[in-house]
Design a protein. Structure first.
Ligand code: HEM
Ligand SMILES: *[C@@H]1O[C@H](CO)[C@@H](O)[C@H](O)[C@H]1NC(C)=O
Ligand SMILES: *[C@@H]1O[C@H](CO)[C@@H](O)[C@H](O)[C@H]1NC(C)=O
Length: 321
């Protein structure tokens, strides 16, 4: 009992200190407190309203923020539409199947009505992803703001996104290049507690898997059958990434322990001893998952952010000014 209070107290101190650090050297908490205090409540209301209509869009917002940050930094580049001369990130053939753009547009429009030219699309997306996690039952956390919007959105940059065929060694390397350690890779993968993947993202596990196995041996056989049934309805048929696709919880990690991870990349986190202990820890302790997740999300939200005149405040999130 006392031990758990001590742990909580230490966690609290760590949060406070990391908040203080962020304040000095990067973005800041309450960045819009003077210039547009209504921005944060507007985003929350728009997100809540949209998710009450369609809870599956929470996953869309969370994934969109991740893709934004991993390409060109968290600068709203994922929101830009293609133009006649340039094919944007969002039109990658992998198609990314990103969803929720309308929510960002709506929040942006309402914010522009209140405080024109003040709040960046990158910040709106970061806030929306944060609010989507909370709406779905996950942790609430404060995020620093002040990201500026970028102007580059190129289809070729999307090769920097992780593919579901990557093993843990490759994932560790890729996340390491973005400054994340092994535990952070595992905790961020826990975002797959929300949402679904299309058959095209996992069908490689079901036949001709490798030279010695037809089906991925790290796959529960009944689960493999239900994946095959999904795929019999076509490559674009979605299947939930965990048993509770609209709840932000630790069921994803419990599923990995039962070899019921949908993506090869997810299941490989349990197969590999470098990451398995973190999977087990988060499966056992949801509070620990939530706490580590929020810290890793704050960190992800700071990837290569543009500040001051390194970017602009886009007036329409779909096009550069
Ligand atoms: C570890 C490496 C990762 C890989 C290989 C990966 C790959 C994928 C793939 C292939 C899908 C399904 C796409 C489709 O079939 O339509 C997906 C969905 C998703 N990813 Fe990841 N992802 C990774 C990390 C992350 C991170 C760090 C986040 C967020 C913090 C995230 C959030 C999501 C969400 C929420 C969905 C569901 C989207 C929806 O239902 O609309 N992923 N991911
Ligand atoms: C990609 O997304 C667009 C827009 O959401 C959709 O119209 C198109 O059919 C998708 N393409 C593929 C290959 O899934
Ligand atoms: C992981 O993937 C890389 C690149 O495809 C490969 O070279 C390596 O042998 C794989 N590692 C394991 C443990 O399977």
């Amino acid at each position: 009992m006392i031990a758990s209070y001590v742990v909580k107290l230490l966690m609290l101190i760590e949060v406070l200190m990391s908040g203080a650090r962020l304040h000095v050297d990067a973005l800041s908490m309450g960045y819009y407190d003077m210039s547009c205090p209504i921005a944060e409540p507007i985003v929350r209301d728009v997100v809540d309203q949209a998710l009450r209509q369609d809870p599956t869009l929470a996953a869309g917002l969370l994934r969109m923020h991740f893709h934004d940050c991993f390409i060109q930094g968290c600068d709203g580049s994922v929101l830009i539409d293609s133009t006649r001369d340039s094919t944007a990130e969002k039109d990658s053939p992998a198609n990314l199947s990103l969803r929720g753009y309308e929510i960002i547009d709506q929040a942006k429009q309402m914010i522009e009505d209140q405080c024109p030219g003040v709040v960046s699309c990158a910040d709106i997306l970061a806030l929306a992803a944060r609010d989507a996690v909370f709406f779905s039952g996950g942790p609430f956390y404060d995020i620093p703001q002040g990201r500026m919007d970028g102007s580059r959105s190129k289809i070729e940059d999307t090769i920097n996104l992780p593919a579901p065929t990557l093993n843990t060694t490759a994932l560790i390397k890729m996340f390491g290049q973005h400054g994340f350690n092994i535990e952070e890779l595992v905790v961020l993968s826990g975002a797959h507690t929300l949402g679904a993947a299309r058959c095209s993202s996992f069908k490689h596990r079901l036949s001709n898997f490798d030279s010695t196995h037809d089906v991925d041996p790290n796959l529960d056989s009944n689960f493999a059958k239900s994946m095959s049934r999904t795929c019999s309805q076509g490559d674009n048929t979605p299947m939930p990434l965990d048993p509770t696709r609209n709840s932000f919880d630790n069921a994803y990690f419990n599923a990995l322990q039962r070899r019921m991870g949908l993506l090869f990349s997810d299941q490989s986190l349990f197969a590999d001893p470098q990451t398995r202990r973190f999977v087990n820890a988060f499966a056992m302790n949801q509070a620990m998952f939530f706490f580590n997740f929020q810290q890793a999300m704050v960190k992800m939200g700071l990837l290569d952010v543009k500040e001051g005149d390194e970017g602009e405040i886009r007036l329409d999130c779909r096009k550069v000014n």
